[in-house]
Structures are given as structure tokens and as C-alpha cells.
Design a protein around this ligand. Structure first.
Ligand code: PRX
Length: 632
């Protein structure tokens, strides 16, 4: 770890009072009382939440904690899709809109709960026809279309573990994820649409599965196009084709609370991504509770989380949490500045969005584009704004609060991770907001900022962000690498280490500063330095590479790579663009370095470890700190 603890906090005294009326109407009316209730009886707190949902069999025990392994809702049986679909279909929500979808092409679709329920069951029966059964793994590599959600829910319906891979990843990244999970089926589409262009997905899948012997079938969604895709009969089947001739009812598989629901890969400090495993019961309870209480989601709301379903934010707050609550979800296959920088605000107006959840990188982009864009539209339907993915800096908070929320919508800056599955820190609706500070632990979880020995740091100093007790939607393991799971709980004995640096301010508000490890957050996406380095080194001209994150006004961080060339190669613009292309093809466009510098030497410790900290300090004109381990 390359952590720096020397953060000194200059407290700003700025607080924003919650707008009138919110607190009285909120699901959590008073943070302090809710938190005290939780502390008095943690298991009782979560049991009350869980009882709001349907279970086929109730638990014998709420929690079993055998450090560092937790079981939640021991021996309970459920199916998450029963709670996301059947529960509503049997109620007044049957005809309620579950999903509203709009693409940048103007295409639009609506699904009621009834319709979604039917499509999920038919697709689930289609998957069964392919031979899939409980416990098998399926990789979903799709655009942000309703079929992606149908595919996820259909897997969950029959107990198949899905591993969704973001459509912006390249063939090599996809191949690694398919192989690690030993997926039997990939579900994909012919292409995704972005900024007016069709970007092929199926061809990337074709390349990715060459070295994936576990794959038996590829399910292809053929999007409306003049040239429908050709399917290779031996291995490829049509998305809607497999739904033909099947039963319209598919009984939900009875899942144990601790059975895996999905695997989601996240960057680690090695070149191999970590398959974070989430389970059925605890994940359902955690995402249901936070969707309801953190976003204060009510039946009348229209909720738009702009994240792609390929990330945890999409899993928890486009799909499982909102559907478990019975919300109306908006989903857009759109980017914030195409065809013009007002397109998000037009969608807010057109769909009457009430809760809007996005990332700081998007907010900073909107700031740059100017107030005139949101001003063109009627945003008065909005009542709550949210942020996730990286620190929401005070300037961006103020801009968002004033220009999008018209100084009358609470902003919830939510801190959490792929590993946590649900929101962990935020400022609950009705509490005073502090720009720059995410807030406090959500009732139901215990967090702190500690030094290396696990001692709480004094107010105003930096330290490691830790979670002190297990929580229902915590990761249960890293797929195929349980030792890596244990590391989360071993870095700071007895605590879960988030890998983030944070500062505790006055009144217990927590400011998250950034990562303490070799992960760079670029536009809210986690990129491991090691992943980019190994992609670079796999190019025939590269001998060694080191990658750092450089602060960037828009993206939060940008990637800079230092490269040592193999003998016989010389730096050139052509080589730079070759390397960028190579990273793009291997990892995908999200991992492209914005700068490549050719060097003769890299700073290393005597044991040969590259000191990225030194490179970063030099790059930024800062003191590199302790360099006593640096080799001559
Ligand atoms: O560094 C923190 C940052 O994103 C990391 C988790 O990334 P990922 O697993 O991809 O999940 C992103 C969406 C939950 C964290 O370790 N992060 C996330 N939210 C915030 C944040 N940093 C500061 N403030 C946040 N609200």
C-alpha cells in the first residue's frame, strides 16, 4: 500500500439545511433515533427490514459471524425475483410501470410489472432449454437495454449466477472474466449505440470466447437493423428465439439466503480482476433498505440512476433495489452530451424524474458546459439528487444543488463499493448536508476512520476508512480466491478495510479523499494500475511499464503511463498511438492512458517493486516522501 496519512482537514463551516418538509415525510425521519435503534439491537434492526419482504422460509438466526465469514438470514429461503416481480404483480402494482427506457436514437419502451414478470419468466425458461441450471455461471455483455435487465432477472429466477461485464471492456478483459467464472453461456447483442455510432459487441465476444472452453452457447440480441446478424447455428442462438414455444410461467427457484446471486468483477491491485460474490438474501435486504431509505423512494417516484448496469451501481440501484421496492425505474441508453448537452435535462422533464442519481464526473462536465443547458428545461419534478463513484467536491456539490436542484432538493452523496453491495455512508434525507463530506454511516452499518493499528484517528486527521461490523449485503468471497477475501478483513485486524483514505470532520461527518492502493478512479470507474501495466507489457515493443493516476478536473483522475521500450524500439508518435490502440483492444476504451512517457528507468525499491508514489510525486512537483527503500 502506498498510503499517505498526512491529510489535515481545513473544516469549512458550511452546512445546508434540509429543505422544509422532507424530514417529516421521510422513511427515516430522524437519523439519530434510527442509528440508536440499530446500535441497541443490530440484528433486530435488520430483522425488521427483512420482514418487509417475502420469504419462502424464514431464518433460524439473523446473523452468524465467524470472523471473517458472515452468514445472514441463516437457513432462510427466497428468490429475489419473487420480491422484484411476483410480489408486485400480486398487488396494486401489477399495472404500474416498472421500467421506462429511452435510447439516444429516440426509440422508447415501457414495461409494466406484469410485462416484465412475463418476459423474465419466458427468458428464464429459454435459458433452461439451453441446459442451464442452478449454480451455473452466465456472462452478460450487453448494452443498456431492457433485455439486459431481463437477462439478469431470468438468471436469478432459476438460480443461475450472473456475471455482468460492462460493454466498454475489450476482448481480453471479457475473456479473463469468462474464464475466471467458467461461464457456460454469454448473453450479448449485435451492437451497442453510442454518440450516433453502432459499436459492435458480438465481434468482441467472438474474439473473447476463442480461448474460453467453458462456453457452450452465445445468446445474441439482434437489435433492429437493416442487416440482421447471422448466427452460427452450432453455438449462437437468438435472444427472442429461445423464448419461443416455452411455458409462460417459470417457478422461482428456491434459493438459500447464502446461495450466490451474482459475481461482479472489480479491479484489484494485481493484473487479475477480483470476482466479488454477492448472495441472495443479504444483498436483497441491503439494497431494498437503502433504496427505500437513502433515496427515500416512494411509490409515486420516478427514479433515474444513470449508471450502466454493468457496474455495481446499476446492479443495486437500477435493477435489484428499486424493483424490490416496486419503483418506476427510468433507464437510458444515452450519454450526457449527445446530441447536445441538454439531453439529460430533457429526459428529466419528459419523464418527470423525481430522483436523479449520477456521478461527480458527469456533474463536473455539466458545470463546464454551463447553466444554460439545464435552464432550458423544466426540472421542477426533481425532489432528490444523488451522487456516487468518487468524492463530490464542494464546488460540484454547490453547482448540482443550485442549478439542478434549484436549492430545494437534498443531495445524497453516497459512499460505497462493489464489495459493500449497498450504500454505507451518506447524509440521510432530512439531515444537514456538508459539501465535500459524504456524511455518516447509514443506520445499519458501523464505520470509522482509523490508523494502521486500527485506532480511531482524531477529528481532522486522515486515516483508513474501515467498516467495523458485518452487514447483510457484504461480499462473501472473491470467486476462486478466498485468500484475497480474507485480506479485506486482515489489513486492519477485526475490520473490513475499504482501501480508501478518509478524514473525520466535526459532528462525525466523513470526507472520503480517495484510494490508498493501486486503483485509479477514472470518471468513476475503477482501473487497476497493474491491469493497464500488464496490457502495455503485452505489446511487443514494451519491456516495462508503470502507471499512475493524475488529478484531472473532469475525470477525477487520468491515467499516465511510463514505458521502458525493448531494445530496438524508439519512441515515436506512431508508437504512442499503437500502444493506446493496444490497451483499447485489450482492456477497452475506459482504461486508455491519456499520456504515455517513454523513460529509460523506473524508480524501484531494492526488492524490485516499482515505486509509483515517487513517479506521482515527481509528476506533480511534490516531495516524494520517504525514499529510503529506493534503489540507487
Ligand atoms: O474510492 C471509493 C469510490 O469508489 C470506490 C468503489 O468503486 P466501485 O467498487 O467501482 O463502486 C463504485 C460505486 C459504488 C470506493 O472505494 N467512491 C464511491 N463512492 C464514493 C467514492 N469516493 C468518494 N465518495 C463517494 N461517494
Amino acid at each position: 500500500m502506498e498510503e499517505t496519512f498526512d491529510v489535515k482537514l481545513v473544516e469549512n463551516e458550511k452546512y445546508y439545511s434540509p429543505p422544509a418538509g422532507y424530514r417529516e415525510e421521510a422513511w427515516t425521519k430522524d437519523y439519530e433515533t434510527a442509528y440508536a435503534d440499530f446500535l441497541k439491537d443490530p440484528d433486530g434492526f435488520w430483522e425488521r427490514v427483512a420482514k418487509e419482504l417475502d420469504w419462502f422460509r424464514l431464518w433460524d438466526k439473523v446473523k452468524e459471524w465467524n470472523y471473517p465469514y458472515a452468514k445472514w438470514f441463516v437457513n432462510a429461503k427466497l428468490n429475489i425475483t419473487h420480491n422484484c416481480l411476483d410480489r408486485h404483480v400480486k398487488s396494486d402494482r401489477k399495472n404500474k410501470v416498472a421500467l421506462m427506457w429511452k435510447a439516444e436514437t429516440g426509440e422508447e419502451r415501457m414495461y409494466t410489472y406484469w410485462r416484465l414478470y412475463r418476459d423474465v419468466m419466458r427468458f428464464a425458461n429459454g435459458l433452461k432449454k439451453l441446459g442451464l441450471k442452478k449454480g451455473d455461471r452466465v456472462c452478460i455483455y450487453m448494452p443498456l437495454v431492457p433485455e439486459q435487465i431481463i437477462a439478469m432477472l431470468a438468471c436469478a429466477r432459476i438460480g443461475v449466477v450472473h456475471s455482468v461485464v460492462f460493454g466498454g471492456f475489450g476482448a481480453n478483459a471479457l475473456n479473463m472474466r469468462i474464464n475466471d467464472a467458467q461461464a457456460k453461456v454469454v448473453i450479448t447483442a449485435d451492437y451497442t449505440i453510442r454518440r450516433g455510432k453502432n459499436i459492435p459487441l458480438k465481434t468482441i465476444v467472438e474474439e473473447a470466447v476463442v480461448g474460453s472452453p467453458s462456453i457452450e452457447k452465445i445468446v445474441v440480441l439482434s437489435r433492429k437493423s437493416e442487416t440482421p446478424v447471422d448466427l452460427m447455428k452450432e453455438i449462437e442462438v437468438d435472444f427472442y428465439g429461445i423464448m419461443e414455444g416455452v411455458d409462460s410461467y417459470c417457478a422461482p427457484e428456491e434459493m438459500d439466503a447464502e446461495d450466490p446471486l451474482f459475481i461482479l468483477y472489480t479491479s484489484g491491485s494485481t493484473g487479475t480482476p477480483k470476482g466479488i460474490v454477492h448472495t441472495c438474501g443479504g444483498y436483497m435486504v441491503g439494497t431494498y433498505y437503502t433504496t427505500k431509505h437513502v433515496f427515500d423512494l416512494k411509490d409515486k417516484d420516478r427514479f433515474w440512476c444513470t449508471a450502466d448496469t454493468g457496474w455495481i451501481t446499476g446492479h443495486s440501484y437500477v435493477v435489484y433495489g428499486p424493483l424490490a421496492v416496486g419503483a418506476t425505474v427510468f433507464m437510458g441508453e444515452v450519454v450526457p452530451d449527445y446530441p447536445d448537452p441538454g439531453c439529460f435535462w430533457k429526459l428529466v422533464e419528459d419523464y418527470g424524474i423525481t430522483i436523479f442519481y449520477t456521478a461527480p464526473t458527469a456533474i463536473r462536465m455539466f458545470m463546464k458546459l454551463g447553466e444554460e443547458w439545464p435552464k432550458k428545461y423544466d426540472l421542477s419534478s426533481l425532489r432528490i439528487l444523488g451522487s456516487v463513484g468518487e468524492p463530490l467536491n464542494p464546488e460540484a456539490f454547490e453547482w448540482y444543488y443550485k442549478n439542478i436542484g434549484a436549492s430545494r432538493c437534498p443531495v445524497v452523496d453516497t459512499w460505497w463499493q462493489t464489495e459493500t453491495g449497498m450504500h454505507m455512508i451518506t447524509t440521510m434525507i432530512g439531515e444537514k448536508m456538508r459539501p465535500g463530506f459524504a456524511g455518516k454511516a447509514v443506520p445499519g452499518v458501523k464505520v470509522d476512520v482509523v490508523d494502521k493499528d486500527g485506532k480511531p484517528v482524531p477529528i481532522g486527521t486522515g486515516g483508513l476508512l474501515v467498516i467495523q461490523e458485518p452487514w447483510p449485503s457484504m461480499l462473501r468471497t472473491v470467486y476462486g480466491n478466498d485468500a484475497r477475501y480474507r485480506q479485506y478483513w486482515e489489513t486492519v485486524e477485526g475490520n473490513y478495510s475499504a482501501g480508501d483514505l478518509a478524514v473525520k470532520g466535526k459532528d462525525g461527518y466523513i470526507m472520503v479523499i480517495g484510494r490508498s492502493d493501486d486503483i485509479i478512479i477514472v470518471s468513476g470507474h475503477n482501473i487497476g494500475t497493474a491491469e493497464v501495466e500488464s496490457a502495455l507489457v503485452s505489446h511487443q515493443a514494451v519491456a516495462e511499464a508503470a502507471v499512475i493516476g493524475k488529478p484531472d478536473d473532469m475525470k477525477g483522475n487520468s491515467i499516465k503511463a511510463f514505458v521502458i521500450l525493448r531494445v530496438g524500439n524508439t519512441p515515436s508518435e506512431k508508437l504512442t498511438s499503437d500502444l493506446i490502440y493496444h490497451v483499447r483492444m485489450t482492456l477497452g476504451p475506459i482504461a486508455i492512458p491519456s499520456e504515455i512517457e517513454f523513460v529509460d528507468k523506473l524508480p524501484k525499491t531494492r526488492s524490485g517493486k516499482i515505486m509509483r508514489r515517487v513517479l506521482k510525486a515527481r509528476e506533480m512537483g511534490l516531495d516524494p516522501g520517504d525514499i529510503s527503500t529506493l534503489e540507487e
